[in-house]
Write a protein that binds this ligand. Sequence first.
Ligand code: 6R9
Length: 656
Amino acid sequence: MAEPTLDALLQEDRTFAPPPAFAANALVHDRSLHDDADADWQAFWARQARELITWERPFTKVLEWDLPFAKWFEDGQLNVSVNCLDRHVEAGRGSRVAFHFEGEPGDTRTITYAELLDEVQRFAAALKQLGVRRGDRVAIYLPMIPEAAVAMLACTRVGAAHSVVFGGFSSDSLRDRIIDASAKVVITADAGWRRGAASLLKPNVDAAVAECPTISHVVVVNRCNTAPVMQAGRDVWYHDLLAQHPKGTTCAPEAMNAEDLLFVLYTSGTTGKPKGIMHTTGGYLTQVAFTHRYVFDLHPATDVFWCSADIGWVTGHSYVVYGPLANGATSVMYEGTPDTPAHDRWWAMIEKYRVSIFYTAPTAIRACMKWGIQEPAKHDLSSLRLLGSVGEPINPEAWMWYQEHIGGGRCPIVDTWWQTETGAIMITPLPGLTTTKPGSATFPLPGIGAEVVDESGTALSVGGGYLTLTHPWPAMLRGIWGDPERYQATYWSTFPDRYFAGDGAKLDEDGYLWLLGRVDDVMLVSGHNISTTEVESALVDHPSVAEAAVVGAKDATTGQAVIAFVTLKAGMGAAAPSDDHGQALRAHVAKKIGAIARPKTIIFTDDLPKTRSGKIMRRLLRDVAEGRSLGDTTTLADPNVVAEIKRRAEVSPQED
Ligand code: 6R9
């Protein structure tokens, strides 16, 4: 069942019109949103901000743009927790479920909007008691448990900005982020459940905080009963704080200015010191609410939404917490990994909670493909009506698999392009409106200006180049914490008057956008630009391949050589891949793309080094391919993977 590669798709017309039944239900079934936005994009966003958000003080100014600094809805005031909680309860929807939480061991908790508001107020009162004030920063280092959402919302209630640090990060990463943001308090847990074991967090916090003079208190959720050491005077149990602020405690929300800092979230980027990406209050909330509603065609009273992202990633901020809650939606939240206790965990949960909208990453889809179609086939997935993808370019093969085996052939797929920096979805199909092509994120949303430009910054109407954004958008980053020059230099200096996303993209003859990954990931082989994504897509197109990562390594004759790291599907020789298999894959790439793209070396590996959000760390693979010692591995989901790959690389034969 060979699916076409990206290039083949660009030539062949293979499009999917929205299923008719879906189009009839959709929020958007004509181009009126586009027409409105095309007529006046600022007025369009102002209208969304008024319709979707409750303002304590209405704004009169829409946008002040002093490139590269934007202010949206600047004289407006609002509180995010009020928008996410109080207004739904006040409207009589307090008994609606906000979260169906499921822990990895199978424990569950159903939390209504009224209950969530109660816990947020109690915890917000506790934060105030610990000395947290409007304008402070609070670090959050938690597993995927309801307390993570409570902690974030409690910060917004008192006007403190949060900095969520992914629970899989090391104590050094946590320490650096706490110091950079001068956080006052850390909210953590003793541990979280991961692959059947308690993965400890508190010892990392102790090591980090020992070097962080700004931290006065550490709040600890008792998730796994691991009896952590509690430092008197500094550490305090979450449940003790709640006991001191019993049910019914209120905590008046701070009226925040639209441009007050809502959160800082660090992105590692491919190199260098992590950047603290700053997001503010009014614009961010407007765009996450808008995108969550329209991109996912949300019907808040009936849908069950599940975004599988961790809260440590921007996708968790925007589509587990703020977007769904602002819209009064019901979400699923899951603590663990999709293979615990078995490979059908996700599908079992979709069946159990009757999930209607499922949003995940291509890397996860490819892992599920590797485990086989018998896993989803064990479950009734008929509640699903819409699927989403985010985080990486989705290869056509995975797109088709997702559509067929998870979506039952009836669910539209929204492939959503965006970044930590953009805060919310920017490029995506709209269900019921856009005719999709497998692997293409299609078009910019209404109100968003995106163009592909060449080296000189000239906009292209067809062909490959660099993805840029042509005007400000409400959820855009407002800067890099503590480093305005780096903000200007990284995003606004490559092309005049444009935001440079750092991604390569292609426009096909029909004007569809195809994202090609980070431009640092483009290889130059004998003078030809070859995108790592295209070679990976061609490899995954081979029936035996589950996942592939491609990098360019220095080569004396060709400048750069294509090196491929390949994971085979179960039962496809994964245990003992042969040289012949490597030759077959090389030939496959040559056939699909051309001889120039044929990998020089193929390294078979059981796993690939990935960040917690599932992105392949190509920088590390380049280090392996070029025989260097490994750079920073602290942001890897599983640091052992690279050591194993290094060992394999040393024994892999090269092409003659
Ligand atoms: C939301 C998120 C951003 C980078 C981005 C791009 C890649 C994300 C994508 C996609 C192709 C998509 N990316 N979505 N590439 N198609 N639908 O992932 O944020 O972690 O900051 O990463 O991810 O390369 O520039 P973040």
